[in-house]
Design a protein around this ligand. Structure first.
Ligand code: CP
Length: 340
């Protein structure tokens, strides 16, 4: 698949070759994302950033990535601020908004909604999360981060031992990530969750059919032992019809310094798509891990800009022209020499 002019609705459309191509472009974006250099390769282009469900990092990093390529961003946030609240269809909304934009990023609370929107769109649409279904750009940035973190330990994704933990039923990021991981070889994957929030069978089947070893457990020690990477998730309270049920699972399978030191290998990488729920009754990823070298959560968020810049450049067909408009920045760049 060539990404030029394409929608990105699901990770199903990605092959290993395409992922490697995208990650090569993402690497080239580093000096621009770190504000060491400027490129204007998308000067004049407009991103429609349509978020009909709460978001901090996906929405802002899409906008930031587009701006860093020289483009402009038009934004709609919240269902109540849009004509969808007056009964307008996703198809009509897409016909209209695609007349104002060169590309659209969209989040919506219903599974399949972004695909339905894309049918009315005259420009490429990127899925920024559709209900409990998929979050393809998060999975791509997670995979990019996994590759980088493993490379720093001279490891590769093939043979990876990974723990996915928390709300695996409603967590769309792990649904997308499992499908990407199925492209690799000989993975050992442990799924740790309350039984009622276990990984949907279709994703377990995808992993097992790819030859990976999958174990489901509620034993925290067994679930964490020997993993190179632990990927924690939040209880997705917004997906529960009964809030008392969400309350019941909040706080199960926490990860904190004590548990990390006790059950994980010393160089285990900790990931989380964020936001983490820092309220005391949840606290699935404790602040006492903030200074732990293995905590990769803010490297993930920084990588999100690189991967989203790469997607924009590839979809809009300018990935070969990034350096053409390059120049140095003339302000103090605090990011230049920092690691997240
Ligand atoms: N990871 C993620 O999707 O975060 P936001 O909800 O803040 O966009």
């Amino acid at each position: 698949m060539n990404l030029a002019g394409q929608h990105v609705l699901s990770v199903k459309d990605f092959s290993l070759d395409l992922i490697n191509h995208l990650f090569n472009i993402a690497e080239q974006m580093r000096p621009y994302a770190r504000r060491e250099k400027i490129t204007r390769v998308l000067e004049g282009a407009i991103l429609g950033n349509m978020f009909f469900e709460p978001s901090t990092r996906t929405r802002v990093s899409f906008g930031c990535a587009f701006n860093l390529l020289g483009g402009e961003v038009r934004e709609t946030t919240g269902m109540s601020n849009s004509a969808l609240a007056k009964g307008e269809s996703l198809y009509d909304t897409a016909r209209v908004l695609s007349g104002y934009s060169d590309i659209i990023a969209m989040r919506h609370p219903e599974a399949g909604s972004v695909a339905a929107f894309s049918e009315g769109s005259r420009v490429p649409v990127i899925n920024g999360g559709d209900g409990p279904n998929e979050h393809p750009t998060q999975a791509l940035l997670d995979l990019f981060t996994i590759q980088q973190e493993l490379a720093s330990q001279s490891l590769s994704i093939d043979q990876l031992h990974l723990t996915l933990m928390g709300d695996l039923k409603f967590g769309r990021t792990v649904h997308s990530l499992c499908q990407l991981l199925a492209l690799y070889k000989n993975l050992t994957i442990k799924l740790v969750s309350p039984e009622a929030l276990s990984m949907p069978t279709k994703y377990v089947d995808i992993l097992e059919n790819a030859g990976h070893k999958v174990t489901q457990t509620q034993d925290l020690e067994a679930g964490l032992k020997d993993s190179h990477i632990v990927y924690q998730t939040r209880i997705q309270e917004e997906r529960f019809t009964d809030q008392e049920e969400a309350d019941r699972y909040r706080g199960s399978f926490r990860l904190n310094k004590h548990i990390y030191t006790e059950f994980c290998q010393p160089n285990t990488v900790i990931m989380h798509p964020l936001p983490r729920d820092s309220r005391s009754q949840a606290n699935e990823l404790d602040n006492d891990l903030n200074q732990t070298e293995g905590l990769a959560i803010f490297r993930q968020t920084d990588n999100g800009v690189l991967v989203r810049m790469a997607l924009f450049a590839a979809i809009l067909g300018v990935d070969g022209q990034i350096k053409n408009s390059e120049r140095n920045v003339n302000w103090f760049t605090g990011l230049a020499n920092q690691r997240s």
